[in-house]
Every structure is written in structure tokens, then in C-alpha cells.
Design a binder for this molecule. Structure first.
Ligand code: SAM
Ligand code: ZN
Length: 275
């Protein structure tokens, strides 16, 4: 089945998950490849089966080249140890999962491969990220949307994945079913420390305490799961790696003692809270 037809079937099967980003009313039908809300606003499914739900264009700091580099880094397994710790924390593998700020979608794809069986929706404000994800991965419904104007109905989601991306806890609470989970991945102070060494003084140290405190305010008994490992990079991977993260953008590979970038530290924390 073509991607657009698969997406149409998914959308029709899960109309209850979505709301019109313009007027917030229900979607009632799909005619041809066009979705129609109760107030008659229409949106086209793209050939890749994605939806574009931004009301005004957004300029992302990630270009297609950077996203391709991020995809290659994901595909060499850079995030796998983190995702292997995260996966068992998901309480409802057959539930409805929403990947908030999914980037190019590799995390959702890996978790799908590990055994998430329920509906899996991934969205990002970056059209390039969503396009790349939709072109690469199967069985994930990708859309371009802004967390600040979220096109989803209240109380429908079992799990929100919030991996290295912005949060909006009021919105998370609106989206979650009672007892639903937020799984948020944040950098620790040694995250990519080999890159921090090249940064201006004020960016060399980082504390995630404020982010953690904010999470604690919203979820009374959160669990915190540390993630620490190192990844060995080849020379080609070092260049991709420098492109994939804003911390690498001011580093020139040819000026750099790339030997110091052959082994990269991943230090993160996974915060889990229930509504
Ligand atoms: C550091 S990237 C992480 C992407 C992906 N989760 C990953 O770990 O590879 C942060 C992502 O958040 C997205 N983002 C930022 N603001 C957003 C918003 N208001 N709504 C949806 N996505 C947003 C960015 O476009 C970007 O893809
Ligand atoms: Zn509408």
C-alpha cells in the first residue's frame, strides 16, 4: 500500500486522536486525500502520508543536511543504549504513543522495532525532520505541528515521549489519559562533554537542575534513570556528529584535533512521571 493510503487508513481509524489546529473541533471525514473538520477547514495528506498542521511557517535551526547527519548518527546506534534503558520504562506498549519534537524520527522507529505495538504518532515543528522521518520509516504517523498549538484531542495518549525536545506540561496534562506517562530525556552535565571543551567559557558547564525541578513540580513521584555511556566514532562519523548537534556547529573539523572526538560521552537522565 502507498504511504499516502496507509496514512489515510490510519487517520480514519484514529479520528478521535486529532483536532483541527485552526478551530480545535473534531475531524469528521477524509474526502480524497483531504481531511475535513466540523467547521469545514481542510488539510491535505502529502504523498509521504504526512500532515502539515502549522498555521504559520516556522524556521527551524536544523537544515536537511544536519538532519541527514543526525539520521546517520542515529542509524550507527549512537542512541541505542539510551533507548534500551527507556523502552522498558514504557508501561503501556500497546497504548497510544506521541513523540513530541521527534526530529527525524529515529527514536520512535527504534522503539517501534523493539516492540511498541499501539498507534505511534510523531510530530515536530520542523518540516524537514518530519519529511525525512516519513520517507525513511514505516508504521509511524508523522506530522508537522507546533506543541504550542497542538492538533490533538484531550485525554487520548498513554505515553508522551519528550526526548531532548521542549516541554509544555499544561499541554502534556491535557493530552494524557489519567495515569498516562511522560518520559522526558534530558542531557546531564557531562553530555557530549568532548564538544563542550570547544565552547566559550560560559557554555562549558551545564546543569539540568532547573529542568528537573520543573518536572518535579508537575509530577509528584517521578523516577529518574541515569544513562551513561561512551560511543567510539570513526572519522566520517565525527564529521556527521559535528553537524548533528548545535554544540558542534561552531567547530571546524579541519581546525580540530579530531582525535579528541573519537570517543564521545553520552550522559543523560530519563525522567518518568505519571499524570
Ligand atoms: C534537539 S532536537 C531533538 C529531536 C529528537 N527528539 C532527537 O532526540 O533526535 C529538538 C527538536 O524539538 C523540535 N521543536 C522545537 N520546538 C518545537 C515545538 N514548539 N513544537 C514541536 N517541536 C518543536 C525541534 O524542531 C527539534 O527537532
Ligand atoms: Zn477547523
Amino acid at each position: 500500500m502507498k504511504k499516502i493510503d496507509k496514512a489515510k487508513v490510519f487517520f480514519l481509524d484514529h479520528l478521535e486522536l486529532f483536532r483541527c489546529p485552526v478551530c480545535e473541533s473534531d475531524f469528521i471525514n477524509v474526502e480524497g486525500n483531504q481531511l475535513i473538520c466540523r467547521e469545514k477547514h481542510t488539510f491535505d495528506l502529502s504523498k509521504k502520508g504526512t500532515l502539515h498542521f502549522l498555521l504559520k511557517p516556522s524556521k527551524s535551526e536544523y537544515s536537511r543536511e544536519m538532519l541527514l547527519a543526525r539520521q546517520r548518527i542515529a542509524q550507527m546506534g549512537f542512541w541505542q543504549p539510551m533507548l534500551d534503558i527507556l523502552y522498558p520504562l514504557i508501561e503501556t506498549k500497546q497504548g497510544v504513543t506521541l513523540d513530541v519534537g521527534c526530529g527525524e524520527g529515529a527514536h520512535s522507529a527504534y522503539l517501534r522495532g523493539k516492540g511498541l505495538t499501539g498507534p505511534l504518532i510523531a510530530f515536530d515543528i520542523s518540516k524537514e525532520g518530519v519529511n525525512l522521518g516519513a520517507a525513511t520509516y514505516e508504521d509511524i504517523f508523522f506530522l508537522v505541528a507546533d506543541l504550542a498549538h497542538s492538533p490533538f484531542q484531550a485525554g487520548q495518549f498513554d505515553t508522551l515521549l519528550n526526548i531532548l525536545s521542549p516541554s509544555n506540561y499544561d499541554e502534556f496534562n491535557r493530552l494524557l489519559k489519567p495515569g498516562g506517562q511522560v518520559i522526558k530525556v534530558i542531557p546531564g552535565s557531562d553530555y557530549l562533554k568532548e564538544l563542550r571543551a570547544f565552547q566559550p567559557e560560559e557554555k562549558q558547564s551545564y546543569s539540568n537542575q532547573n529542568v528537573k525541578d520543573k518536572f518535579m513540580e508537575h509530577y509528584k513521584n517521578p523516577s529518574i534513570h541515569p544513562v551513561n555511556y561512551t560511543v567510539d566514532l570513526t572519522e566520517a562519523e565525527v564529521s556527521d556528529f559535528l553537524q548533528m548537534t548545535p554544540l558542534g556547529w561552531n567547530i571546524n573539523v579541519s581546525d580540530t584535533n579530531t582525535v579528541s572526538l573519537k570517543q564521545i560521552t553520552v550522559d543523560m537522565e530519563i525522567l518518568v512521571g505519571n499524570k
